[in-house]
Design a protein around this ligand. Sequence first.
Ligand code: SAM
Length: 295
Amino acid sequence: MIKESKEAALKELLDKYNIKPTKSLGQNFLIDYFALNCIIEALEIQYNDVIIEIGAGLGTMSKEIARRTENFIAVEIDKHLMPCLKDTLKEYEKVKIINTDFLQLDIEVEINNFPASCRQAVKIVGNLPYYITTPIIMKLLEAEINIDLMVFMVQKEAVDRMIAKPGTSRYGPLAVALQYFFQQEILFNVPPHCFYPKPKVSSTVVRFKRIKNPSYKVNNKKLFLEVVKASFEQRRKTIINSLSNSTGLKFLSLDRETIKNILDEAHIDSDLRGEALSLEQFVNLANTIDKYERH
Ligand code: SAM
């Protein structure tokens, strides 16, 4: 009954603003307030946190965040949702609503716009469309800012890619980078009837907390991420071939012999495929390349 009334309220809102949900943008709006509250709790919002919401939609979750912190940016790509989103958030003058593709947003600039005293922790939240989950998370990991906590609602396939282990088909740059920087927690599932319109599959809420003291230390974050991406560029190739042919690592101009020496020094068999390397091996590899680059 409650769910039906939430669905009716959302439909009314869509009618009022003449909005037709766009499937290609993953517009399945959350209508389950229990799930919504659990996501808000998972964010552990403190007064001085900076929060960015990716894909604010009609502002249902944004409003709950805005009530808890002033340092809040709501990003939404769809200009048709702007009148509704602005209306939902009109009481919260300090909220910054940005109508853009999150992939085009300069998050370093946006976050650094907040005075340091208001940046106790940087937290990201989003009910992410499936088509863009990996690029969004990779962008966050590559950013020159420390993100303390992220809470995402994603499809199960995306979770599988986040938690994948070496030697499995889903293991890739997303798994390696996330597992290096963040401790992952799978919080709960959200079935299709919690959204309008109903998606075909269930979603899962996952939380990532930054690991303050990783077991293996990466000396150069940018290089580490480039090496990881290069190692998976051609999954079926050996690591020596992947690194030698990688377009992403061209800027290093390493010849094959040097790469062989690097792999030997990092104790990595050059005939292995990238997907067989553990997190520790990727860290070793990137740190060894970094050392060669500095000499
Ligand atoms: N947060 C709202 C909720 O939970 O009801 C909406 C979630 S809906 C699943 C995903 C939202 O992300 C949509 O409003 C969609 O327009 C927006 N979106 C899709 N691609 C985006 C992008 N590249 N940048 C920013 N927002 C995007």
